[in-house]
Design a protein around this ligand. Sequence first.
Ligand code: G6Q
Length: 546
Amino acid sequence: MMAAIVSPLTDRTAWKALQAHYTQVRQLSLRQLFADDPERGRRMSVEALGIYFDYAKNLITDETLSLLVQLARESGLRERINAMFRGEKINVTEKRAVLHVALRAPQGESIEFEGTDVVPQVHAVLAKMAAFADRVRGGAWKGHTGKPIRNVVNIGIGGSDLGPVMAYEALRSYSQRSLNFRFVSNIDGTDFFEATQDLDAEETLFIISSKTFTTLETMTNAHTARDWALASLKDTAAVARHFVAVSTNAEAVAKFGIDTANMFEFWDWVGGRYSMDSAIGLSTMIAIGAENFRSMLDGFHQMDEHFRTAPFERNLPVLMGLLGLWYNNFFDAQTVAVLPYEQYLKRFPAYLQQLTMESNGKRVTLDGKEVSYQTAPIYWGEPGTNGQHSFYQMIHQGTKLIPCDFIAFSRPLHELGRHHDLLLANVFAQAEALAFGKTSAEVEAENTPAWLVPHRTFEGNRPSNMILMEQLTPEALGKLIALYEHSVFTQGAIWQIDSFDQWGVELGKVLAGRIIPELEAPSEAPLTHDSSTNELIRRYRGAKRP
Ligand code: G6Q
C-alpha cells in the first residue's frame, strides 16, 4: 500500500515558517533564554515511563517547538505511526510490513499482518527460546560428550550481531557469570580465531543468527565453526548438540545440518536492525534469563504505547526526532554525539549507528525523487567520562555544531565509594558548560593574560538533551532502544524516505562477489576493472604468491 500523500517537505507551511523562524532563533543565546525564564528548565522537560527528558538546553523557544510539532502533523506522522501498527507495508521498496512492535506486544494483544494475528506466533517462539535458555543456563542441555555448555558464541553480522553484542554488554550485570559469551561477525578470520582460541569445543554452543541464512560473512564463519567443532568432536552427530540457528529460512538451516527443531524462527516483517528483541536475542536471553528478557520486552512495549498514544508535545521519541531534525535541517549540523555516562552502554553508540544511519541514510523520497534537504546525520559517541579527555575539546571549542544526547542513570549498578557522584557531576557539568560556556569577561576576571583569553573562552550555546533514568535495568534498556527506534521513525516520516530498506549495502556485495574469484585465480588471469582496482588486485595476487 502506498503511503498517504503529503506535499514535499520544503512546500509544507510549517517548514517555511521554520525557515523564517530559524533566522531569528539562531541569534538567541541560551544564557539569555534561561535568564528570561527561570522556569525554563522545568518547563522544557518531559517525564514519562521513568525517563526524565530535559531538552531545555536546546536552541529553541516555545514557538520553535510548536512549529516543529506542526511540521510533524503536516507530514502525516500520526497516519504513518498508525500504518506501521496496522501492519501495512510501509517498507515500500521491499514491499514489507514493519512490525517490530509486535515482537514486544504482550500476550492477549492483537497485531495483524495480512489478516493473521501475529502475537501468538511471537509468544510461541518466546516460549521455545525460554525453554532452551533455561536448559543451557541450568546445565541440562549437554554437549555431544555429555558436558554442560560453558561458552555461547553468536555468529551473525549487522542486525544479527550489533543488537546482541550491545544488549549483552548493557545487561552484563544481570547475566549468568558461569557462562562466557562471544560474538563473531567479521569475515576477517581474526574475529573467529580470537573468539574461539581458548574455548573447548565440548562445552561450546554456536548460535548461527541470520535472517536469510545466506549472508557471506555469517555462512563463512558458520562453516569455519563447524569445522572447528568437528576437529575436536569428530562426529557429525555433534552438530545437533553444538549448533542452533535463528533464521527465517528453515530450508537453508536444514541444509547446513542444523536440526530445525533447534531453529528459532522470526519473520519477514522484522527488519535486521530492529530484530534484537526477536529470536535474534537468543544469546541475550541465555545470558540474562527469560524473565529479564521479558522485562526488557515490556520496556520496549511501554515506549511503543507511549509513541502511539502520547500527544506529540509530550511524546518522547517525537520530541527527540524533531529536535534532531531542527539541527540537521536548519543549523546544518552534520553529526549527533551520543554520550552515555554508563560504562555498560559502551556499545550503544555503535548499535545506534546502524539503527539511525542505515535507516535514514537515504537520498530519495518514497516516490523516488531526489531530496533537496539533508537526511540522517552521522551518529557517533563513547561513554563518559572517557570522551571528555579526548574529543570533547572539539564539542566545546571547535567550529562545528555538535548536538549531544547525554544518557545517565541516577542509581549505579555497583556502589563504589564516590564513583557515581563523580560520574553524574561530570555529565551535568558537561551539559552546563556546553550551554553556557565562559565569556571572555569571565576569563579576564581570573587575571588571565590578554593573549590567552581567546583560548580559554567558551562561547557556549551548544545544545544537548539529557536523558536521565533511574537505573540501567532490562526494562530501562528496552525503553531506551525503542525511544531511538521511534525517533528515527519520526524523522524518516518527515523526510518522506523509506527508513526500512538498505539498498546502499548491495553494490559492494556484488562487486566483492566478482573480485573473490579474481583473487583466487592464477595471477595471469586478465582483469577488466578500472586501472586503480586492477593494480590493487595484482599487488594482492603478487603478495599471496611471491
Ligand atoms: C539490517 C540489515 C543488515 C542485516 C545483515 C545480516 O537491517 O538488513 O544489517 O541484519 O546483513 O543479515 P542476515 O541476518 O540475513 O544474515
